[in-house]
Write a protein that binds this ligand. Structure first.
Ligand code: ATR
Length: 298
């Protein structure tokens, strides 16, 4: 398909682009964002439409130029474009700069592209909602990928002061931590290998899994939950399956748990607010998603 035909194919014929929102990804069909945002739009009686934009990498730059030229309100960015789109922005919010990725773009009148990242906010809001007033000080963070970057930044901003990042590839964790603006915060962050005998499980208030282990039902061999204090909280940013083996085991031990649905909803709610100035009806969106995330995987 040539560029012109491709760009034309992106836009719904029956809708003014000045009321358009969407998500850019490749693939994008699996994204829950259109469901979330269109439900919120309908509940609030707003005049927007949120659509999936399936955009391969070689069309990314031209696509966002076209979205800006046509006066689209803004859009989300998902895999695999969150990092590569950073260099295409005219301006970046602080979280996007620190995380090194953009998940939300605002298009100003005149076409200026503002890159934001709402993932750290989404994590912080989900943490507070799932474990109210618990403010975990000592945290074990599992993983060092893109999601870990947002979660680590959220933890630092939320005031966690002793953070241990455990990753299979230690160097990746070290690079991630080196890039955090830690000198402005009272947080000690160390990096260790993700091996059972190194994890400080007796001394943490919260464990957060940001690796993909659990998406296919994998068990976390290295994490012996019996070593955690009884007051410990366990969060997994995975929401499909609804309960990973890590969360099921933590719940069976009587620990407080949370899956990734809260982070998904709250990062979306923040984007929604940036574009529309309105609060997303999060309770309604949550009920809908709980009933529509693949039931067989719950
Ligand atoms: P995302 O952007 O979703 O965070 P990612 O950047 O691919 O995804 O990161 C995946 C994370 O899961 C990484 O921390 C990865 O560990 P490595 O940095 O060592 O690759 C972790 N991960 C993936 N498969 C794993 C496995 N089998 N055991 C342990 N960690 C794993």
């Amino acid at each position: 398909m040539n560029e012109e035909t491709f760009l034309e194919s992106l836009f719904p014929k029956d809708y003014p682009t000045s009321c358009l929102l969407g998500v850019i990804g490749d693939p994008v069909a699996h994204s829950l964002s259109p469901k979330m945002h269109n439900l919120a739009i309908a509940k609030l009686g707003l005049n927007y439409k949120y659509v999936p934009f399936h955009v391969p990498g070689h069309f990314l730059y031209r696509t966002i130029q076209e979205l800006a030229a046509r006066g689209v309100v803004g859009f989300n960015v998902t895999i695999p474009h969150k990092v590569s789109i950073v260099a295409m922005m005219d301006d970046l919010g602080e979280d996007a700069q620190v995380i090194g990725a953009v998940n939300t773009v605002l298009i100003e009148p005149g076409g200026k592209l503002i890159g934001r990242n709402t993932d750290a906010y989404g994590f912080q809001a989900a943490l507070e909602e799932s474990f109210p007033n618990r403010s975990p000080t000592r945290v074990l963070l599992l993983g060092a990928g893109g999601a870990a970057r947002a979660v680590l930044w959220g933890l630092i901003k939320a005031g966690s002061s002793v953070i241990t990042l455990a990753n299979r590839t230690v160097e990746k964790g070290e690079i991630l931590v080196d890039q955090m603006p830690l000198k402005h915060f009272d947080a000690l962050v160390r990096v260790i290998p993700l091996t059972a005998n190194r994890l400080p499980l007796e001394e943490v208030d919260l464990v957060v899994n940001t690796t993909c282990l659990g998406m296919k039902g994998e068990i976390f061999q290295a994490v012996d939950l019996s070593r955690l204090p009884e007051s410990a909280m366990v969060m997994d940013i995975i929401y499909s399956p609804f309960q990973t083996p890590l969360l099921l085991a933590a719940a069976a031990r009587g620990l407080a748990t949370a899956n990734g649905l809260g982070m998904l909803i709250h990062q979306g709610a923040k984007s929604f607010h940036l574009w529309t100035g309105q609060e997303m009806p999060v309770a309604i969106v949550r009920d809908y998603l709980i009933n529509h995330i693949d039931v067989s995987k719950k």
